[in-house]
Design a protein around this ligand. Structure first.
Ligand code: SAM
Length: 338
């Protein structure tokens, strides 16, 4: 049996304030169950020299190198130590999946941006709900954000070395994101191609699409696509069964109104109801959908019913509910396509 202490990133404590320790513990437990064969014992918060650490033990020997590389991707992890005796700390963290500078995710600032830590948390627990959770370090996942905004999820997927597709109705967001990514790739001198072309369905022009291929052409570059379209009508936009993971920070029904092609305001529930059949068809069997849910707007059970009506199987993650502000009490819902 080995004992470990995880120091969480100070920034995530700022984001989640009082809920931070519970959220980190909940994420750690999903990692333990889904990617580390249930080897992690439940964690508890312990103070050492005035700082709180999440302390846990492993069953069946110390964490292997690969297991440490898996844990390096925790959204709020900062430093990991092996603890011997009462309080002897040995730093043992390993590099995770990150393959670019973190300013890919932090540079863009705009109203309506989903918090970066939360986005990473949601992507992590959704990927860990798929049938390929044990391939976190090796599989190139294809991630879809069907309400992509200016690309926080897309950037996190790229950061992990994966392919990313976004759908966003607002042309200004598509423009801002494509301008950002092109400039960033140039500034970092990363090999790529990038183009904006018309997006058509059955010969009719819907909007634009932005495509980037990142990396050397001889080494299967990462593909990023952002489609300017209404997410309630994805028919003909993407191939069915082509997406491993869908991650959506739905409009909360507070700050953003969600919109449809008809120009009508929609609450998150209505948007979800209209979109789920299309989203589900895009998911590969074994894939998973994860989304944020404002429980002030509608009870969690309503969303779970909708997921199940669309043939998805809810995953019973617990401990992720937290307060964002007066109008938003955020929870995470994850379901898989069997
Ligand atoms: C909460 S924001 C997501 C922000 C994004 N995660 C980011 O960090 O940039 C929700 C997004 O959904 C988009 N949206 C709302 N209704 C939509 C629809 N019918 N089709 C496509 N996008 C829609 C909004 O324009 C908004 O950008």
């Amino acid at each position: 049996m080995a004992r470990y202490a995880l120091l969480t990133a100070p920034s995530s404590n700022r984001v989640y304030t009082q809920s931070a320790p519970d959220l980190v513990a909940a994420e750690l437990s999903v990692f333990g169950e889904r990617a580390l064969e249930g080897r992690l014992e439940p964690a508890e918060t312990v103070e050492f020299a005035g700082l709180p650490y999440l302390v846990f033990e492993t069953e069946g020997g110390p964490l292997s190198d690969d297991e440490l590389r898996v844990l390096a991707n925790l959204s709020s992890g900062y430093a990991l130590f092996e603890v011997t005796g009462d309080d002897l700390f040995r730093p043992i963290g390993r590099p995770g999946l990150d393959r670019f500078d973190d300013d890919l995710i932090t540079i863009q600032k705009y109203a309506g941006k989903t918090n970066e830590h939360f986005t990473k948390l949601l992507l992590n627990v959704t990927v860990l709900a798929t049938s390929w959770a044990d391939q976190l370090l090796t599989r190139r996942f294809t991630v879809l954000d069907p309400v992509a905004g200016r690309g926080t999820t897309l950037n996190q997927a790229l950061m992990y070395g994966w392919d990313a597709v976004g759908i966003e109705l607002d042309g200004k967001d598509v423009e801002a994101y494509s301008a950002f990514l092109k400039t960033w790739l140039k500034r970092k001198r990363i090999k790529h191609t990038a183009e904006i072309t018309p997006l058509r369905r059955e010969g009719k022009r819907l909007g634009r699409r932005f495509d980037a291929r990142i990396g050397d052409v001889r080494e299967q570059p990462q593909h990023l696509a952002l489609l300017e379209a209404d997410t309630t009508s994805t028919r003909g936009l993407l191939k069915g069964n082509s997406i491993d993971v869908i991650v959506a920070d739905l409009p909360y029904g507070v700050v953003h109104g969600s919109r449809t092609g008809k120009g009508l305001a929609r609450g998150p529930q209505e948007l979800l109801e209209e979109s789920l059949p299309g989203w589900t068809a895009l998911l590969r069997p074994g894939g998973a959908l994860g989304m944020s849910w404002n429980t002030h707007v509608a009870p969690r059970e309503d969303a779970l019913d909708l997921l199940e009506e669309n043939g998805l199987e809810a995953v019973d993650y617990e401990g992720f509910e937290h307060r964002v502000d007066q109008g938003i009490n955020r929870d995470i819902l994850v379901a898989r396509k069997v």
